[in-house]
Design a protein around this ligand. Structure first.
Ligand code: UGA
Length: 446
């Protein structure tokens, strides 16, 4: 540690978590060596290029260039550091468990360090991984290396803000002195530090993502019931979320959750429970509800258009959420496949995502106008800001049929209908309440 309390750090894995972590610690004044196994990626980073889209990351890396080193050499990186952050990915295996092979590679690659460095796990791992890593370090004669679980809670698109202004930082350690050293790194952020044992820290990460997905699947089911009884889920979420015991966040009904983390982490927790002898039934339902939710858009289109064979559908947004180009596990992928399977002619536009091979059979467009021209329906799949103003006379006139299915409840239903569109949201009464016929369902709702 130098006189200003700054430690030389290493970050293994120049993916999204690793690069954000490295850039933010550099911004806090630390010297950071970033190590990755992909030569082209390291070369691009050395040349000042950012390999993916994350708001503010390019500027942060550039501003801290003097404190950042990018290398392929694991030994160099580890030897230069007091604390080694593990930020490698842990993708799902066929069984739904987390694949830890990249974590084990990092352990295998550590050189024979003679001082007490600390391995800090940011990758999302099953509960029990810390114990296994400790055993693996002992087996390699590295029992003097400390281990700390320090899960990340960064959301794509707001990752730098999440790192610099976190709700909390979780530090799970076997030794208090190791926890002290990691805690000290985060002290400048002035946030609550939750100190825990390693297993609890690992569980906090999995439970957090499981709870967030549960909230979303819950509000999506409420939305589906709202459609049957003539209620508006946006109002319902507002009324429920103002209760501080529940909170307003993650109550946006829509076309389902996606992204590289939620699906993998929820499945990993479900499998972890199963492998330990407990059937986590709630999570099974949370996952199932989400799969069905992505497909409901197809039913909504069928309701208006009948058979979809030969119908032209424009998908607005492909990324799993706005402000990212990430399409991993995006609801758009399932939706596009279902539409193609129904025989629809699918066109798509996203401001950032470039699906490449992922979306075979979908015509990619350079603008909203190009995508919707001649379309029988436009579906808002990702709530990019620019789609807020999609309901214009120009767009209406360009479409063969002015139907908007708003998979993210981005638009105001009445204002959209006033421009002459048919509008269908998620969990919003399909027509103004006064126009609904007196159905048995409505009587039930009363
Ligand atoms: C998520 C968590 O929010 C982070 O805290 C966590 O660190 C990260 O996973 C991870 O484990 O690495 P992220 O996947 O980037 O972050 O994205 P979110 O903003 O959580 O959104 C995930 C999905 O949920 C998106 O598809 C989004 O559209 C959907 N969502 C979110 C809803 O459908 N409704 C909501 O109310 C909120």
């Amino acid at each position: 540690m130098n006189a200003q309390g700054r430690e030389p750090l290493a970050v293994f894995g120049a993916g999204w978590v690793g690069l954000v972590t490295a850039a933010c610690f550099a911004e806090l004044g630390h010297e950071v060596t970033v190590r990755d196994v992909v030569p082209e990626k390291v070369e691009r980073l050395q040349n000042g290029e950012v390999p993916f889209f994350e708001p503010g990351l390019g500027e942060l890396l550039e501003r801290n260039r003097d404190r950042l080193t990018f290398t392929l050499d694991a030994a160099d990186a580890a030897e230069a550091a007091e604390l080694v952050f593990v930020c490698v990915d842990t993708p799902p295996t066929y069984s739904g468990d987390a694949d830890l092979s990249r974590v084990w590679t990092v352990i295998d690659e550590l050189p024979q360090l003679d001082r007490r460095s600390i391995l800090v796990m940011k990758s999302t791992v099953p509960v029990g991984t810390g114990e296994k890593v400790r055993a693996a370090l002992e087996a390699r004669g590295l029992s003097h290396i400390g281990y700390v679980s320090n899960p990340e809670f960064l959301a794509e698109g707001t990752a730098i803000e999440n790192f610099m202004n976190p709700d909390r930082v979780v530090v799970g350690a076997f030794l208090e002195s190791d926890a002290d050293r990691v805690t000290a790194l985060y002290e400048p952020l002035g946030t609550t530090i939750v100190r825990a044992d390693v297993a609890s820290s690992e569980m906090i990460k999995l439970a957090a993502n499981a709870f967030l997905t549960t909230k979303i699947s819950f509000i999506n089911e409420i939305a589906n019931v709202c459609e049957l009884v003539g209620a508006d889920v946006v109002k319902v979420a507002q009324g429920v979320g103002l209760d501080h015991r529940m909170g307003p966040h993650f109550l946006r009904a829509g076309a389902g959750w996606g992204g590289s983390c939620f699906g993998k982490d929820v499945s990993a927790l479900k499998q972890l429970a199963g492998n330990s002898g407990y059937q986590f039934q709630l999570l099974a339902a949370v996952i199932e509800v989400n799969e069905l939710q992505k497909r409901r858009i197809v039913q909504k289109l069928q309701k208006h258009l009948g058979r979809l064979r030969g119908k032209r559908v424009a998908l607005l947004g492909l990324a799993f959420k706005p402000n990212t180009d990430d399409m991993r596990d995006a609801p758009s992928l399932v939706l596009a496949s279902r539409l193609l399977a129904e025989g629809a002619n699918v066109r798509a536009y996203d401001p950032e995502a470039r699906p490449g091979e992922l979306l075979q059979g979908v015509a990619l467009c350079d603008s909203t106008l190009e995508a919707v021209t001649g379309a029988d329906a436009a579906v808002i799949v990702t709530e990019w800001n620019e789609f807020q103003t999609v309901a214009t006379p120009e767009i209406r006139d360009a479409m063969r049929r002015p139907l908007i299915v708003d998979g993210r409840n981005l638009l105001d239903p009445e204002a959209t209908r006033a421009v002459g569109f048919d509008y269908e949201g998620i969990g919003r009464a399909a027509s103004p309440l006064s126009a609904l016929p007196e159905t048995p369902e409505r009587e039930l709702a009363d």
